[in-house]
Design a protein around this ligand. Structure first.
Ligand code: SF4
Length: 477
């Protein structure tokens, strides 16, 4: 995880990277700006986000019952279910399965949860080759990087850069033609899929009523990594389940629209047990690892429970003015953008991750496009309040008494007109001394200097609106 200093430095570099900005703008234009239109395809009359929110709220409030039902269905079909309270426990379980089967190679589907628990590093440390089979994940793995977007891991790379990477790492002739690049990756990955002993996938959602886990993809890699190896392990956050098939379908329709602007993804895989006797393919052994890793703690706080409604579509990233400027790697955590700025502090420590929740703008765009109407701005404000006041329930220490005092003074002034008028007069007097080569203030002094580090600042008007009102109307506003 990035320290606050790393965050500032990476964000500063990314803010000047115009190539990154144009790559992210493609996601913004494809999905972000159109999100609300895409949802009306589900229901043009009512807001389908509210229905999806209701589905998520009900299931998160009844997780114990729903998960028990899901687990019973899967074990009844001969699968294994493991509840992992921590990331370490989840990793240890996966390693145990791999060791029992003498696994030397694992093929993986895209899974942000595996990034969260650090599974790849643990497999590699145990001498198990781990190969990402999603094209974007494969690209960042070849680069030795982590994903920079929840849905589009390699969104920060152009096809020319991918061509150079494949030429260097796969020994292929350079090309920037996407179909040729895809064929190169397919050739390299096919052999890995045919020889891996174990597949690992991340579940997008699950259904307790039917006892299956749903995995969506556009590349067909999930079909292979979930059926060809002898063992298949699915990682699923405990919150990502639906109670009934009807609820599951509500979420699936919203997920594919919000994530990729598709009515439905090219492939939808339903898994939930080992191959049955009369089935031609599928794994001999099936494991579902239900990962908690801080989620039940969030569940216990009604102020933040809503963040567990998230279906990890990544849509909030595509409209976030901060993410679109600094990209995913600046966050330094698996979940970036607005959802990461709430979820990560709650699971890794609010003080330790204060820069994430303080780095967002509270503009509200993330809530507007979220397919489950997640109120991330409300939770970001609450996290900031905890940093100001401290909260022993979340082990939060008050961050800066000076900042708190400054905001208290600001609130006092803003709620008293004479005090604000006095401050404005003082400001106008001081700004006469500041350099204004183009009419705008080039540098503010002291603690205000951060505002002008990357931009000029408009000077205070000679007359405020209230003063003009009083002058032209002859009375106080
Ligand atoms: S908060 Fe909403 S928009 Fe963001 S990833 Fe979660 S479900 Fe998608």
């Amino acid at each position: 995880m990035n320290s606050p200093e790393d965050y500032r430095s990476s964000a500063g570099k990314a803010a000047a990277d115009t190539r990154l900005h144009s790559a992210l703008a493609k996601m913004r234009d494809k999905v972000g700006r159109n999100a609300l239109n895409l949802y009306t395809q589900v229901d043009a009359q009512a807001d389908p986000r509210l229905k999806a929110k209701d589905v998520r709220r009900k299931v998160v409030n009844n997780l114990d019952v729903v998960l028990t039902s899901l687990a019973a269905k899967i074990t009844g079909r001969g699968g294994h279910v493991h509840f992992a309270p921590t990331d370490l426990d989840a990793v240890e379980y996966c390693l145990g399965v791999a060791r029992r089967h003498g696994v030397r190679r694992v093929v993986k589907g895209k899974s942000m949860l595996s990034e969260e628990i650090g599974l790849n590093a643990a497999f590699e440390a145990a001498g198990i080759e781990t190969v990402e089979t999603d094209l974007g994940e494969y690209i960042v793995q070849l680069k030795g990087e982590t994903p920079s977007h929840i849905i589009a891991p390699a969104i920060h790379y152009s096809r020319e850069q991918v061509g150079e990477l494949f030429a260097e790492k796969l020994g292929e002739p350079y090309t920037s033609d996407p179909p040729t690049l895809t064929a190169m990756a397919r050739k390299a990955l096919r052999e890995k899929m045919l020889t891996a002993e174990m597949g690992v996938s991340g579940g997008n959602t699950a259904c307790a009523e039917t006892g299956h886990v749903t995995i969506v993809s556009n590349e067909g890699n999930i079909r292979m990594s979930s059926t060809m190896p002898r063992v298949h392990v699915v990682l699923l956050g405990i919150e990502k389940v639906a109670a009934t098939l009807e609820d599951h379908d509500v979420l699936l329709r919203m997920l594919t629209r919000a994530a990729a602007g598709q009515k439905i993804s090219t492939y939808v895989s339903y898994v939930g047990g080992p191959r049955l006797e009369d089935e031609p393919d599928g794994p001999e052994e099936f494991h579902l690892v239900l990962v908690d890793n801080g989620r039940t703690r969030i569940l216990g706080d009604p102020d933040f429970r809503e963040v567990l409604h998230c279906i990890r579509c990544g849509c909030c990233l595509n409209v976030c003015p901060v993410y679109l400027k600094i990209g995913g790697h600046s966050y330094g955590t698996p979940y970036c953008g607005p959802i990461g700025a709430v979820f990560t502090p709650l699971t890794r420590g609010v003080n330790e991750c204060h820069h994430l929740c303080q780095g967002e703008t509270l503009c509200g765009a993330c809530k507007q496009v979220c397919p489950v109407d997640n109120d991330l701005p409300r939770m970001l404000s609450l996290l900031r309040a905890k940093l100001a006041d401290g909260d022993p329930r979340w082990n939060v220490r008050p961050q800066s008494r000076g900042t708190k005092a400054a905001f208290a003074a600001w609130a006092w002034i803003m709620s008293r007109r004479p005090a604000l008028d006095l401050l404005l007069r003082l400001g106008r007097a001081v700004q006469r001394l500041l350099p204004k080569p183009s009419g705008w203030i080039r540098r503010l002094p002291g603690p205000l200097s951060g505002w002008t580090r990357g931009r000029d600042f408009p000077p205070l008007a000679k007359e405020s609106f209230t003063e003009r009102w009083a002058r032209t109307r002859g009375r106080k506003a």
